[in-house]
Ligand binder design. Sequence first.
Ligand code: 5AD
Ligand code: SF4
Length: 450
Amino acid sequence: MEPVAPPKTYRVKSFGCQMNVYDGERMAELLGTRGITPALEGEEADLVILNTCHIREKAAEKVYSDIGRMVKAGAQAGKTPLIAVAGCVAQAEGEEIMRRAPAVSIVVGPQAYHRLPEMLDKAVGGERATDTDMPAIAKFDALPARRKRGPAAFLTVQEGCDKFCTYCVVPYTRGAEISRPFAHLIAEAQMLVEAGAKEITLLGQNVNAWAGEDDKGRAAGLAGLIHALARIDGLVRIRYTTSHPNDMDEALIAAHGEVDKLMPYLHLPVQSGSDRVLKAMNRQHTVEGYLRLLEKFRAVRPDIALSGDFIVGFPGETEAEFEDTLRIVDAVRYAHAFSFKYSPRPGTPAATLDGQIAPEVMHERLHRLQERLGHHQFAFNQASVGRTCQVMIERTGREPGQWLGKSPWLQSVWFSGDHAIGDLVDVQLIEAGPNSLQGEPVRIPAELAR
Ligand code: 5AD
Ligand code: SF4
C-alpha cells in the first residue's frame, strides 16, 4: 500500500451487541489521545473503523459491501480513507478480509484494539497490520481514561464465554471467560460518574460469571461488585446484561431485594422452551430449572421486568417443540425480548447437524413468536399505567420541549416539561403503547420528597 497522511478525523461504526458499543467508545477515546477527532456529520472521515458483529447471518458479506461503499464515497470526496475492520468478524475472518479486501489497512480483533495506535502508524507508513491476539486484560490496562459524557454509560466487566452453546460463535470470537479486576472496575465507574454518568450498565457475554476479589481480598461475585458500586455517590442506577441461567447465584438474586440502585430488570436468555432442543443447544439447563430461577427473582422483587433471547428453527426443531417455546413465553410473560431465526455459523457444531429448518418455516415461526412476545410486552406496558416512577432523561423527544427517558423497568417513556438530559424526573405513566409509554411529571410534596 502507499504511505498516506496521518488521519485527522475518524468514524467508528459499531454493529451488534452493547459490548461492541462499549469497545467502539473506547477505540474512539484511544484515537482522541492521538489528537484524531470525530468526523462531522456528512463528512468523509480519514479513518473509518468498522466494528463488526459475527453472531448471525451475512455479517461478513455486509463488511465487504460496506468497504466497497466507503471506497466509492471516499473517491467521490477526493480521498482514500484508511479502513480498519475491528470486532468479531475481524477475529473470525481476519486473513480472509486481508485477502479479499485490498482497501483494508488494519484488521484488529476485539481483544487487541489497545494496539490500534501502533497499527495506525504502520498503516500510515503503507504497511498493512493485523492483530487478532487474545490477551484480554492487557487491553483494558492499556486504554486511556474514560471521557464519556451522557447519563447512561456501559462498563465491560467480563468478556468471553466458556459455555459453547452449539449454535454460537462467541466462544471462538471473544475467547475464554475473563473477569476484569474489582479495583479497575470501581475506578472506571468512578471516572464515568465524574464524567456525568448516573446509570451504569455492567456488560459481559456472561456478566453474572464475573468473579474477583473485593478491596478486602475476599472472593466476590457480581453481587459483591454491585454492592460496592452502589456505594459510589452520584451513581443512581445499576443494570447488568447478559446473564446465563447457570451462573446465577443466590447473592445476585438477593441483591435485587437489597440494593435500591439495582434496577428491577433481568435479561436472562432461555433460547427455547423445549428440553430436547435446550439439550441439543448444550444450554445445560432445563425449562423447569429456568422457571424456578425466575420465581426466585420475583419473590425478592415482585415488580421485576423479565427479558429473554429466543432462537427459532434450531436444527431438528419440530412444530411441537416450537409450541413449547410459545408456552414458556406465555408462562413468563416477558416485558421485553429479542428473537432470532437460527443462523448456521461456520465452525459451530450445530451448523453441520441434520434437520436444518427451511427458511419459510423459520420465518413463520419467528412471526408467531414475535406476535406472542409483542402481546406480553404491550400487556406489561399497559399494567404500568398509573404507576409513578423515576425516569432518567436520555434524549430530546420528537417535539420541542419533549423528553425521552427510561423507566426503572427499561421502558421508553416520553413526556414534556422544563427538564434537561440526565435529569431524574418523577413521572406518572399515563398511556401505554406497544414500545413506549407517555408520562406526566408529578410534583412530589416537599414533605414526601425527602
Ligand atoms: N443464530 C441465531 N441466533 C443466535 N444467537 C446467538 N447465536 C445465534 C445463531 N447462530 C442469539 C442468541 C443469543 C443472542 C445474543 O443471539 O439468542 O442469546
Ligand atoms: Fe453464546 Fe451460549 Fe456463550 Fe451466550 S452462553 S455467548 S449464547 S455460547
